[in-house]
Design a protein around this ligand. Structure first.
Ligand SMILES: Nc1ncnc2c1ncn2[C@@H]1O[C@H](COP(=O)(O)OP(=O)(O)O)[C@@H](O)[C@H]1O
Ligand SMILES: [Mg+2]
Length: 280
């Protein structure tokens, strides 16, 4: 069953059937202080429970769930920044032991260096890698062009709109030619109009590069528009409720899939999935 479904997605989207990321039986919790609030009296709080899935090479998979269900925690584990309490995460079959240069993050708050212009913000990871100035600026210019920011190389972050700042964030994450791009609600801080433009432009960028992407969002429409597959999480502790392969992937970048009637039914299905747990 599983293989059939996987092959169908691969056929539809051109993604490989080989796993890039394998998440197996991951549990994660934190020790929290007593707050007297909803979180109870402190102690150990389970955030993610028995999470297993994989992401194929070249696939764009969204992790969708309510705020607090553990999406950022899961993404940080996939980046090797924190470790699961139980279970494992592997990249191409090799167990992840810590951060790797080929796993790059894009953050919701852009996380740019405010004192640096666009060019050296984008080149920053390569500077950390010890690449020479001329070479790293060449690479940076290439990705600045891909994200549509040519002409803004000398601008500082505060001189750019939010959408432009996030283009810088995306260009910076791409400079190392990552195996996996880990995106944590990258368009969440943008107004609706800018968000839509950036979603559409991101699809075009992604179509050129075909990087494997794990995309965290709490927007149903965004997940439906962008993803090969959507992994829907329950609220805390985050568990996988269902994995959905929406049929819009093949149409990405060609037409506005949001106006299609099936889009509405998929959105409703996901909304119902997320709503079920709110009723007592
Ligand atoms: N380092 C940490 N220490 C304690 N609690 C944490 C830590 N990181 C996350 N949490 C808690 O784990 C839960 C899930 O957080 P997070 O992964 O950020 O969720 P999401 O990204 O889905 O909104 C939240 O209740 C959050 O407060
Ligand atoms: Mg988060």
């Amino acid at each position: 069953m599983r293989n059939l479904a996987d092959n169908a997605v691969a056929e539809q989207t051109g993604a490989s059937t080989r796993a890039m990321i394998t998440v197996e039986g991951v549990h994660k919790g934190f020790n929290v202080r007593a707050t007297g609030g909803d979180d109870g009296g402190g102690g150990y709080m389970t955030v993610l429970q028995d999470v297993s899935f994989d992401v194929k090479e070249g696939e764009l998979v969204s992790l969708l769930g309510a705020s607090g269900c553990g999406k950022t925690t899961l993404l940080r584990m996939a980046a090797g920044l924190i470790k699961p309490d139980q279970g494992s995460i592997s990249i191409k079959g090799t167990r992840l032991q810590g951060p790797r240069k080929d796993l790059c993050m894009v953050f919701q708050n852009f996380s740019l260096l405010p004192w640096r212009p666009v060019l050296s913000n984008v080149a920053f990871p390569l500077e950390l890698d010890g690449m020479g100035k001329a070479e790293r600026e060449d690479v940076a210019r290439h990705y600045i062009e891909i994200v549509g920011l040519q002409g803004f190389e000398r601008h500082f972050p505060h001189e750019l709109s939010g959408g432009m700042q996030q283009r810088v964030g995306i260009a910076r994450a791409l400079t190392r030619k990552p195996l996996v791009l880990l995106m944590d609600e990258p368009f969440g801080a943008l107004d609706a109009q800018t968000r839509e433009t950036l979603q559409e432009d991101f699809i075009k960028i992604w179509a050129q590069l075909k990087t494997t992407v794990v995309f965290v969002t709490h927007s149903i429409d965004e997940a439906l528009m962008l993803s090969d597959r959507i992994i829907v999480f329950s609220s805390r502790p985050g568990r996988i409720k269902r994995t959905i392969a929406p049929p819009f992937a093949a149409l990405r970048g060609q037409e506005d899939v949001r106006v299609k009637p099936e889009f509405g039914s998929y959105a409703q299905e996901i909304r119902d999935l997320l709503r079920v747990e709110r009723t007592p």
